[in-house]
Design a protein around this ligand. Structure first.
Ligand code: BDR
Ligand code: CA
Length: 306
C-alpha cells in the first residue's frame, strides 16, 4: 500500500476523504495532521480525533499544527461546514488526546524516516506544509509526491479568482508551489464535478452506522441534493486520485500563486504552455465522476461492513 500523511481541516469533505483513505487497501495512513481552515484549529483537531476513533484508527497519530495563516488574519468556512465543522454529524467525543508536537515537525520527520516512500496529501490550507518546507527544504526531495486539493485555473469559491484552501494562506501556498517538487494540484476545475447525487445518498443510507452516523448527515448538511447533483465532495478527489490515477486527467503546468492582487489574492495562475519554464505542477483537468462515486461507494460499503 502507498503510505500517506493527510494534512486536513475537517470539514465535511475532509471527513469523506479520511474515510476513503482509511477504507482503501491501496493506502496506509501514517499520520493525520490538522490545520485551522474550515473551522478553528481546536475544532478541526477535535473532529479528526472523533473521526479517528469512530473509524477505529487508534494507532494513527493526530497532531495539530497551525491555527491560522503565516501572515494573514484567519478566515473560515463555517457557513459551509456548520459550526462543528462536520455538518449534521454528531460523533462521540474523543477519548484519546492528540499527539504532542507540531504538525510541521511530524511532516518533516515522517518524510525523513522513509525517503521516497511517503506521499503527502494536503486537503486544507497549506500552512503546515509550508512550515515543514521552511524548517526542512529537503522534504521536497524526500516526499514520494505531494497532492493537494486546492486552487483553480477557472473560477474560485472563496472569491471569483481564488479557491478557499489557497486563499486562506496564499503565502504558504506560494512556498509549497516553489519548493522544488511537482505538486499534483487537484482544484475546483475537477472537484466541482464530484457532486453528491440522490442515488449516492440512497446508497449511503444503506450503510448502517457509517452511513447514518457520518456520511449522510455530512453530505445532506449543505445544499439540495437532486438526481443530477448537490454539494461537491472536493477533498475526496485528492484521495481518489491516489487510489486510481486514471480517474483524473493531469496536465503539466507552471502554477504561480498570487499573493498581492487586490481582486485576485490566492489565485493559482496556471500556465499550461510555459515558455521555457519547467512545470512545477501536474494540474487536474477532468474527473470521471461516475467511476469516482463507484470507487467511493465500494470503499465505504467495505468500511460499513467491517
Ligand atoms: C476546499 O475548501 C474547504 O472548504 C473544503 O474542505 C476543501 O478542502 C474546497 O475549496
Ligand atoms: Ca478541506
Amino acid at each position: 500500500a502507498q503510505k500517506i500523511i493527510i494534512d486536513c481541516d475537517p470539514g465535511i469533505d475532509d471527513a469523506l476523504a479520511l474515510v476513503l483513505a482509511h477504507g482503501s487497501p491501496d493506502l496506509e495512513i501514517l499520520a493525520i495532521t490538522t490545520v485551522g481552515g474550515n473551522v478553528d484549529l481546536d475544532r478541526t483537531t477535535d473532529n479528526a480525533l472523533r473521526l479517528r476513533e469512530f473509524l477505529g484508527l487508534r494507532g494513527v497519530p493526530v497532531t495539530p499544527g497551525s491555527a491560522g495563516a503565516l501572515m494573514r488574519p484567519r478566515v473560515n468556512a463555517a457557513e459551509v461546514h456548520g459550526g462543528s465543522g462536520l455538518g449534521g454529524a454528531l460523533l462521540p467525543p474523543p477519548t484519546l488526546p492528540p499527539a504532542d508536537g507540531h504538525a510541521a515537525d511530524v511532516i518533516v520527520e515522517t518524510l525523513k524516516a522513509d525517503p521516497g516512500e511517503v506521499t503527502l496529501v494536503a486537503i486544507g490550507p497549506l500552512t503546515n506544509v509550508a512550515l515543514a518546507v521552511l524548517r526542512e527544504p529537503r522534504v521536497a526531495e524526500w516526499a514520494r509526491g505531494i497532492t493537494i486539493l486546492g486552487g483553480s485555473y477557472t473560477r474560485g469559491n472563496f472569491s471569483p479568482a481564488a479557491e478557499f484552501n489557497i486563499a486562506a494562506d496564499p503565502e504558504a501556498a506560494a512556498i509549497v508551489f516553489g519548493a522544488g517538487w511537482t505538486v499534483t494540484m487537484i482544484g475546483l476545475d475537477v472537484s466541482r464535478s464530484a457532486t453528491v447525487t440522490r442515488a449516492v445518498v440512497e446508497r449511503m443510507e444503506t450503510m448502517g452506522r457509517l452511513g447514518g452516523g457520518l456520511l449522510v448527515p455530512c453530505v445532506r448538511f449543505h445544499g439540495t441534493i437532486t438526481d443530477d447533483g448537490g454539494p461537491a465532495m472536493h477533498d475526496a478527489c485528492a484521495i481518489a486520485h491516489l487510489i486510481d490515477p486514471s480517474l483524473i486527467t493531469l496536465v503539466p503546468a507552471v502554477v504561480d500563486v498570487e499573493t498581492t492582487g487586490r481582486f485576485t489574492s490566492g489565485m493559482t495562475v496556471t500556465d499550461f504552455a510555459p515558455r521555457g519554464r519547467t512545470p512545477n505542477a501536474l494540474v487536474g483537468t477532468s474527473l470521471d465522476a461516475g467511476r469516482f462515486w463507484d470507487l467511493l461507494l465500494d470503499v465505504y460499503a467495505g468500511v460499513a461492513a467491517s
